[in-house]
Design a protein around this ligand. Structure first.
Ligand code: ADP
Ligand code: MG
Length: 678
């Protein structure tokens, strides 16, 4: 097995090179063969003179004359007269390769890769190919290397490994799948990744390996999904027929069409015998809370308790208020469980949960401790779900028997990424905003016109409204001397907004003082909140009508969209001012996206393509798997196909259990142990 074979078995790799390879994380032949190039260079022979000096070029040349060697201490320089493309006389320069003198004989034809300087007609040669006929690889792989090992050496080692062990590379995909999707073999793909003889080969190799990677991943995800379906996991509740009309009658406004549809999805989930595992995505302000409250009510009406979990106490309080308002009149007993509660109060709540008197609990992480037990927990909802880890969700879920799960997120995620991260869940989207909002406007201003922006904020304040000011840094930093920080802005703007209460909020404050600042803003005691990006996602301050964002160019688009979602949530129109110090047209165009569209999904797609998935998701989504070949921004189609295929396979056990799927099944098991340690 290649994954148990040390690299020293490859011809040419001795102990010292093996050490360097180890440093690069390459211990086995299998790892060596799957060490993908970081990029490719076009080494097809080109005519001289068309390129910039900075970019290397590959030419065919004839040695025309004698080689001159210049020594300077230990260092040497060969200067060789060459004729390139029949027409050009050029001096070839080789540094520190005096032994080439005997090979560069008059009349010899060579292929040279190097940098051409048109001013002096010199070609500084990096790589020399003497067997011209063999120069058929137009694309040359470039590897990540370390001191003591060049990319070219590594590529020779890999070539040797392919020679010796290439035919032992295992094929995980059954023939039928390869034919169905016209995929090359694993072995061929590996060869082409390292030695693509043309662009098409590279594309084929990439497609094959990305598909394999995505398919394995999806087989795992869909495997969990299937498990949840197969085992009698759900509760098949009976929601009383009048529940829906009672719920709707108590709402202060009619539901949007999107809300009705999602409520329906959820009701069906609750009634089904399989456990619900659904993700509800909806832009900030799309009305997820009412949908959540319907789910709670339906579950309670059918005789089960529910928990609505929020990431912070402020958000929990907000949900509690709304839950009491809408559900208490319907006979639902609602309670709250948060960290700061006194012992007696807490005991009371725990008692009510254990004996079933409390129907619905609004809670923070405080609910996760072991002493919290339920009499009949049927549904768990996590708001701003990305703030909770997979483990936390499952702890909560296991407090009940066959509990349903609804996750909610205000972070629009492009479909390609959704499939990757949440491919095992059912998905609902609230793609319609409640009517009656005056909406919001976004404008872009250069930083030097700050005064204009400040005047606009003052105008809102004078109307009795509140304002957010957002800065990219907590305090001034030497690294970014020109960037405004929250602390410094707080001081300066206190003068600008004299007569109003202003407070500063940032991530370095204790969570207790953060809560205090937030509470005073929510209650209207302070009018201006200067902060970093820590402002609560779901927070609802109807009187906050304006947001001023400093250095908008430093934020991701999705992040800006999240931030601005906090204004204009009342009946007054919202205004978001993006102050930017961006110079280039690119940066301005990027921010213009914010001015042009309010659609969170459009913005998310744009952001993803600009920044790539890692940065797009940031640290918030630690669940993102690492793909070595597949690219979530570009291989969306491949991911979709892999997802469908995985589901088909798992649903049709008669195929999936056939011998030709054996090695794929094994690979799934191995991968599971690696990626999902619990
Ligand atoms: P989010 O999806 O960001 O959690 P919320 O649930 O907080 O949004 O809803 C935002 C605001 O819109 C709340 O004040 C809520 O009461 C209100 N709202 C929700 N649905 C509707 C509706 N169908 N019609 C009018 N207002 C609504
Ligand atoms: Mg919300």
């Amino acid at each position: 097995m290649l994954d148990a074979l040390p690299v020293t078995h490859v011809t040419g790799i001795g102990q010292s090179k093996a050490k360097i390879l180890q440093y690069l994380g390459i211990f086995t032949v299998d790892q060596l063969l799957h060490d993908w190039p970081v990029r490719y260079e076009d080494w097809s022979v080109q005519p001289l003179g068309a390129q910039e000096y900075s970019s290397p070029i590959t030419v065919k040349a004839v040695v025309e004359g004698q080689v001159a060697v210049h020594w300077q201490g230990q260092k040497s320089q060969l200067r060789v007269p060459l004729r390139v493309d029949q027409r050009h006389l050029v001096t070839g320069i080789w540094f520190n390769q005096p032994y080439l003198k005997s090979k560069l004989t008059d009349g010899r034809v060579v292929v040279l890769h190097g940098r051409y300087d048109p001013k002096f007609h010199t070609l500084t040669v990096g790589h020399t190919e003497f067997s011209v006929g063999k120069h058929d690889n137009e694309w040359v792989a470039v590897y990540h290397v370390a001191e003591g090992l060049t990319s070219l050496q590594l590529s020779k080692f890999i070539a040797a490994a392919l020679q010796q062990f290439g035919d032992q590379l295992p094929e995980r995909l059954p023939r039928s799948l390869m034919e169905k999707y016209r995929l090359v073999s694993h072995r061929q793909a590996v060869i082409w990744m390292h030695q693509p003889d043309h662009a098409v080969a590279l594309h084929q190799a990439h497609r094959r390996l990305a598909f394999e990677e995505f398919l394995l991943f999806q087989l795992q995800l869909q495997g969990y999904r299937l498990e949840r379906r197969r085992v009698p996991t759900g509760l098949s509740r009976n929601i009383p027929p009048q529940a829906w009309s009672r719920f709707v009658a108590g709402l202060p406004a009619p539901l949007t069409g999107a809300q009705v549809k999602v409520c329906n999805d959820i009701a069906k989930d609750l009634e089904r015998s399989e456990a619900m595992y659904r993700l509800l995505q909806g832009d900030v302000g799309s009305g997820k809370t009412w949908v959540a409250l319907w789910a709670c009510y339906a579950s309670v009406a059918a005789g089960y308790q529910t928990v609505l979990m929020a990431p912070t106490e402020i958000l929990a309080d907000q949900h509690l208020r709304e839950a009491r308002q809408l559900l208490c009149p319907l006979g639902v007993e609602v309670a709250e469980l948060v960290g700061g509660m006194g012992g007696r109060q807490r005991r009371q709540v725990l008692e009510g949960l254990a004996n079933g008197q409390i129907h619905m609990l609004v809670a923070t992480h405080a609910v996760l401790t072991e002493d919290v037990t339920f009499s009949r927990l049927g549904l768990v909802i996590a708001d701003e779900q990305h703030r909770f880890g997979v483990l936390q969700r499952s702890v909560l879920r296991n407090k009940g028997d066959r509990t349903d799960v609804l996750l909610m997120s205000a972070t629009p995620i492009p479909r390609s990424l959704s499939l990757a991260i949440y491919g095992d869940m059912d998905m609902s989207i609230l793609d319609e905003m409640p009517p009656g909002r005056l909406g919001m406007r976004t404008v872009q201003l250069p930083l030097r016109e700050e005064e204009k922006a400040i005047r606009a904020v003052r105008r809102e304040l004078s109307r009795g409204h509140q304002a957010y000011v957002v800065a990219p840094l907590v305090e001034d930093s030497e690294t970014f001397p020109d960037v405004n920080s929250a602390i410094q802005l707080g001081e300066r703007l206190t003068q600008e907004f004299a007569g109003y209460q202003l407070e500063v909020l940032h991530g370095r404050m204790s969570s207790k003082s953060k809560e205090g600042v937030m509470r005073r803003f929510v209650s209207g005691q302070t009018q201006v909140l200067v902060s970093t990006t820590v402002i609560e996602v779901g927070i609802h301050v109807p009187d906050a009508t304006v947001m001023l964002i400093y250095h908008a160019e430093r934020f991701g688009l999705a992040q800006l969209h999240q931030l601005r979602g906090r204004v204009g949530r009342g009946m007054a129109a919202g205004l978001c001012i993006l102050l930017s110090a961006a110079k280039g047209e690119m940066a301005r165009a990027r921010l213009r996206t914010m001015v042009d569209t309010q659609d969170g999904f459009v913005i998310a797609e744009r952001d993803l393509s600009l920044r790539g998935p890692g940065e797009f998701l940031g640290i918030r989504q630690s669940g993102l798997p690492e793909f070595t070949v597949g690219d979530l921004t570009k291989d969306l189609r491949v991911m979709e196909v892999a997802r469908q295929e995985a589901w088909q396979l798992l649903m049709n056990a008669e195929f999936w259990l056939m011998p030709e799927y054996q090695s794929l099944r094994e690979a799934v098991l191995v991968g599971e142990k690696r990626q999902w340690p619990n």
